[in-house]
Design a protein around this ligand. Sequence first.
Ligand code: ATP
Ligand code: LTN
Length: 328
Amino acid sequence: MPRILTALQPSGILHIGNLFGAIEPMVKLQVDDNENLLFIVDYHAITVPQEPAELRRNILFATATYLAAGIDPEKTILFQQSRVSEHTELAWILNCLVHMGELERMTQYKDKARGKGESVSVGLFDYPVLMAADILLYDTNVVPVGEDQKQHVELARDLAERFNSRFGETFVVPQPQIRKEGARIMGLDDPEKKMSKSASSEKNYISLMDDEKAVLKKIKAAVTDSGSTISYEQTRPGLANLLTIYSLVTGKPTDQIVNEYEGEGYGDFKVGLAGAVSAYLAPIQEKINGYLQDEPKLLAILETGAARAQAIAAKKMELVRQKIGVKL
Ligand code: ATP
Ligand code: LTN
């Protein structure tokens, strides 16, 4: 059975870009012939400063969101990275194999370290090694990620091969599975850039917890163009993005939506879209709130997930210790 693994950072705001681009694809991968692992990378999150009470809330919120979006903890091993200490243990061993130059070349590190000078944390630099440990511990075959994470998965592949050639066959060499561009939702206020929670304005994104009023306000303010008819064209990126969202929340193809709005202007289209987005989010929001009100249940799900993950990870670590010669 192919083992499929991915992870998400527990960030405060999750937006519809995260839902359509990352969470829902993972829900679709929950088929009987796959073994899935999905975890919340809290130790990756602390590579930049986090307020402890907020981090705790965000871990619970992320868990509630995955469950509400359809992650089934029976089918997917859902857990919190920090609960399986083998991740950091393997990261240390891989640290002794990785080269400074390999980490210095990482684009995400270069982007995030820019402007921080000498005060950038070692954790931020070492982030890809912890991610390699996340992947290699579980003999992962496939790692679904966004384009930005491809370089990190390639490092995991290099480290698996390096370890195997030095100490003998130990790790499976994982394959990245890069999501298609179509799964990229663009910012409402700037359709040239992806929707992002770190955007400077809240008008950039629709948060999964936005109420009807907020959704309508943000969609009404969304950047379109000076045209007046509804059509799907790459030269009209704002409108194309809104049509993509409309299609995702209704399941209708974009040309059908275009036909439905023939002869109508942006105003009616935006009101229709806002209604469809809110209708799509309402049951998810209700479920998220339900889970958040039952914290013991969330904790129990994470506990079970951690135990299942650890059973796999502990076995792998035993083998690793044996291979490198520290197991007596
Ligand atoms: P930031 O922009 O602040 O880095 P983000 O909102 O892009 O944050 P991430 O935490 O980097 O979110 O990404 C979480 C997951 O959601 C990743 O798998 C990423 O590829 C996906 N994702 C993020 N933004 C979008 C988007 N606009 N469209 C589709 N998928 C997205
Ligand atoms: N760096 C990834 C999150 C991440 C991950 C992983 C993804 C951490 N460990 C292992 C896949 C497999 C991100 O920021 N999206």
